[in-house]
Design a protein around this ligand. Structure first.
Ligand SMILES: Nc1ncnc2c1ncn2[C@@H]1O[C@H](COP(=O)(O)OP(=O)(O)OP(=O)(O)O)[C@@H](O)[C@H]1O
Ligand SMILES: [Mg+2]
Length: 461
């Protein structure tokens, strides 16, 4: 068989290309998507975590570049890291399996793959940012392929700006992602626009690539009826009827987001354990950044707790030390705050979260207000937290409800325990950092579309 005959055959059979040229056996769902490429122009795939989406995109990119000439591929993703580190290295991984003759046709650059000796044929990676909405715009080729990985996290503006290009006849569009939010373009491809899209939903149960331990872990940590389980395991959009205060998509986006860290004062939140199983937790925030994973200790008395915090404080150079430590003052916390104030140079503020909030017409207690300030912080979309599974699990757990007088009330720890969840000690420590007067000011400054709120800081001594 001539080389050109081989290519014609492979162009019509992407599964054969993947099996024979890349030497990998696709999962059944991956085969279904590969076959659908021959029939459909617009394909969107939502799935649980780790099912093989990014690998599949890499195979499709290599297949398209090998078999359609001339051709262009424009790829984007929610963050530059997802593109340059994750997707690009996945393409590199499968490229190494190609037979030598094919391998040499690809010239890799940090954001582009050129086809050697073929004019106007390449795959280019473009970061999707609101300030740079032309990621998928301005491309023309008889064989045009648009790809978006982690499409749920991509700003709608990117798709709006690209709408003309994406609808060009013969252009194929492929979106994949964890279905983290029930709104936006990716969501619409499964709903209002579903008549124009070929949809796939892939659960972790449908993929051999997912470790059973991950599924069990999600089940134990969040429960099978939780939104986290729906999104990360089942590949289903979150159910909006479950009123968790901080939606998972806001938290997930804050882990991978590229931000300019702010230079505001550092504030610490300290939630002191009240009962045997509870943990003492310490969160360190500087403006838009949670500086490190929340630290926890168990089974410590008042003096030991003070000693641990002082050690943390003294281990830091002056420039990195907090200007304020906010301590939950209920129970032994009051004693911790008093003793701590004698030992550190910064202000130590006892915070009684059962007291009245600053915005009394909106929240029942200060605790409710602090949780909603934390939510506003995530909503500003200019914030970053480290990958901290325990903190994330706690942040998405509490629900809220409205009292008959219209005030917002966050679910109590007792109610959460009844639903099988532990006390959210790490998340409470994080929320305490918003009890600082300085922190309020920062939130409101970043939160552009929100008018500054007049607050009454009665609890600050
Ligand atoms: N059919 C397959 N055979 C062998 N390895 C595979 C197959 N599909 C995917 N993989 C590998 O499994 C791992 C997870 O796949 P991948 O990263 O593509 O999943 P994902 O769905 O994109 O995950 P995430 O939800 O984290 O984005 C990768 O190392 C990938 O190379
Ligand atoms: Mg992926």
């Amino acid at each position: 068989m001539q080389n050109s005959d081989v290519i014609t055959k492979l162009a019509l059979d992407p599964t054969l290309y993947v099996e024979t040229m890349l030497n990998v056996t696709p999962e059944d769902w991956q085969k279904d998507v590969l076959e659908s490429l021959l029939t459909y122009d617009k394909i969107s795939i939502k799935s649980g975590h780790g099912t093989g989406k990014t690998a599949l995109l890499s195979w499709i990119i290599l297949w398209w570049l090998s078999c359609r000439l001339p051709c262009k591929i424009a790829v984007t993703a929610n963050t530059s890291n997802q593109l340059s580190d994750i997707l690009w290295s996945e393409i590199g991984k499968w490229h190494r399996n190609l037979p030598q003759g094919f391998k040499d046709l690809f010239e890799f650059k940090s954001d582009k793959i050129n086809l050697v000796g073929v004019k106007d044929s390449f795959c280019v990676a473009r970061t999707a940012r609101r300030e740079q909405p032309e990621a998928l715009q301005g491309f023309h080729s008889p064989n045009m392929l648009f790809i978006a990985d982690e499409a749920s996290g991509i700003d709608d503006l990117i798709f709006q700006v690209a709408e003309g290009s994406l609808s060009t006849p013969n252009a194929k569009v492929l979106l994949t992602g964890n279905p983290t939010r029930s709104s936006g373009y990716f969501f619409d491809t499964f709903h209002t626009m579903s008549h124009r899209w070929k949809n796939f939903t892939v659960s972790c149960h449908d993929s051999q690539q997912v470790n059973q331990g991950f599924i069990e872990d999600m089940k134990t940590k969040y429960g099978e009826d939780s939104n986290v389980y729906r999104i990360r395991v089942l590949g289903e959009f979150p159910d909006n009827s479950e009123d968790s205060i901080i939606p998972l998509h806001l938290i997930s986006e804050s882990i991978t987001r590229d931000i300019e860290p702010s230079t505001d004062d550092v504030v610490w939140g300290l939630d002191v354990a009240r009962f045997g199983n509870d943990k003492t937790a310490l969160a360190k925030r500087q403006g838009n950044t949670l500086l490190e994973k929340v630290k926890t200790w168990q089974g410590k008395d008042l003096m030991e707790t003070v000693g641990l915090v002082v050690t943390e404080y003294e281990a830091l150079p002056y420039s990195k030390r907090p200007t304020e430590i906010l301590v939950d003052s209920i129970g032994i916390g009051a004693g911790v705050a008093d003793r701590l104030q004698e030992l550190v140079d910064c202000q130590v503020t006892p915070v009684n979260v059962a007291e009245l909030p600053g915005l009394q017409e909106k929240y029942l207690r200060l605790r409710d207000e602090l949780w909603f300030l934390a939510r506003e912080w995530f909503e500003s979309r200019d914030v970053k937290i480290p990958e901290d599974e325990s903190l994330i699990a706690e942040l998405v757990t509490p629900r809220y409800s409205f009292m008959s007088n219209g005030k917002i009330k966050v679910e109590s720890k007792e109610q959460m325990k009844k639903r099988g969840h532990q006390s959210p000690d790490l998340a409470d420590a994080f929320c305490l950092t918003f009890g600082s007067k300085g922190a309020f000011a920062n939130v409101n400054r970043n939160y552009k579309w929100n008018k500054p709120i007049e607050r009454d800081y009665k609890w600050i001594v």
